[in-house]
Write a protein that binds this ligand. Structure first.
Ligand code: ADP
Ligand code: MG
Length: 299
């Protein structure tokens, strides 16, 4: 998969996914009561970035993901993939190009696995793209190796654990060699071990392969190691920035029914009792350091 060159990050990198003031309302039985699931959202993900879209259940994350993947089209506003505006009257070739650029992994791996043998499943996507069979073979082998599942190539997917199935689903998307992958609650059905493994794979794909990642999750801890975070609440982006910028604003997070990392919550509560610790800290080591430094200053 030589096409994956680790991308340089920063302002000079092209924007790969963008929403400009996008709104979408599901058509309900009573239109007058329908609230927009996505309400005036603007965001941009640059090539090579690892971005997290964080929000509680029902905040509009999956709807936005489906807008990015052209499953829905916006009622108003604009979605751009690779700088090109996406519209309903795109040609099949244009649609095809977008689906090749942005891959998607969903919550339930059972809904994403289609074949009776793992390697056939992983080959399914590239076959649909019309890739020659020799190249499919090498893509399948490499994709399985990237997710640590090479030894299961001949296994039936139903024999695998949830975490293993999710890794196969990721391999299936990788085999299509997208430049960007959107993971929509891809760890939601996994136990903590499986979740940890899958998160590690996402970070490796980003760091070593330069694949742009948009990880959608309600788990705050998955956002700590992102380059940037967008926090959604009631269909809107209510906070955005680096993890340090976002997790500083405990009150806004609470409005969105989210928490900051445990160490930051602790410092916040200590401040309410009269402390003056600077927020946030992203892990306990950093939290301990902040408290220890203050203690040393005072003694
Ligand atoms: P999230 O992924 O953050 O949990 P969703 O995008 O799934 O949020 O949902 C956003 C809002 O849209 C919620 O109020 C949800 O009830 C509503 N919604 C989601 N899917 C549908 C649907 N197919 N039909 C009607 N309303 C929906
Ligand atoms: Mg969702």
């Amino acid at each position: 998969m030589t096409q994956y060159e680790p991308a340089k990050m920063g302002e000079e990198c092209p924007v790969i996914i963008e929403a400009r003031n996008v709104s979408f309302t599901y058509e309900g039985e009573d239109e007058s009561r329908a609230l927009p699931a996505v309400n005036g959202v603007s965001l941009a993900v640059r090539e090579g970035e690892y971005v997290c879209l964080l929000g509680r259940n029902g905040s509009g994350k999956s709807t936005l993901a489906k807008l990015f993947n052209l499953i829905f089209t916006p009622d108003s506003g604009e979605i751009l993939i690779n700088g090109k505006s996406v519209s309903e009257d795109m040609t099949d070739d244009e649609l095809f190009e977008i689906r090749r650029t942005v891959g998607m992994v969903f919550q339930n791996p059972d809904n994403q696995l289609v074949a009776t043998v793992v390697e056939e499943d992983v080959a399914f996507g590239p076959e649909n793209l019309g890739i020659p069979s020799a190249e499919i073979r090498s893509r399948v082998d490499e994709a399985l190796s990237l997710v640590g599942m090479s030894e299961y190539a001949k296994t039936a997917p139903h024999m695998l654990s949830g975490g293993q199935k999710q890794r196969i689903a990721i391999a299936g998307v990788l085999a299509m060699m997208p430049r960007c992958i959107i993971f929509d609650e891809a760890t939601a059905m996994l136990d903590p071990g499986g979740r940890h493994d899958v998160m590690e794979i996402l970070h490796r794909l980003n760091k070593e392969r330069g694949i742009t990642v948009l990880n959608i999750t309600h788990h705050m801890d998955e956002a700590i190691s992102a380059d940037r975070i967008y926090v959604m609440n009631e269909g809107r982006v209510m906070l955005s920035g680096t993890p340090k910028e976002v997790f500083r604003d405990i009150e806004a997070l609470r409005t969105a029914a989210l928490e900051a990392p445990a160490g930051t919550e602790l410092l916040y509560e200590l401040n309410r009792l009269g402390g003056d610790f600077s927020l946030p800290c992203l892990d306990f080591a950093e939290c301990a350091e902040i408290i220890a430094n203050k203690y040393k200053e005072k003694n």
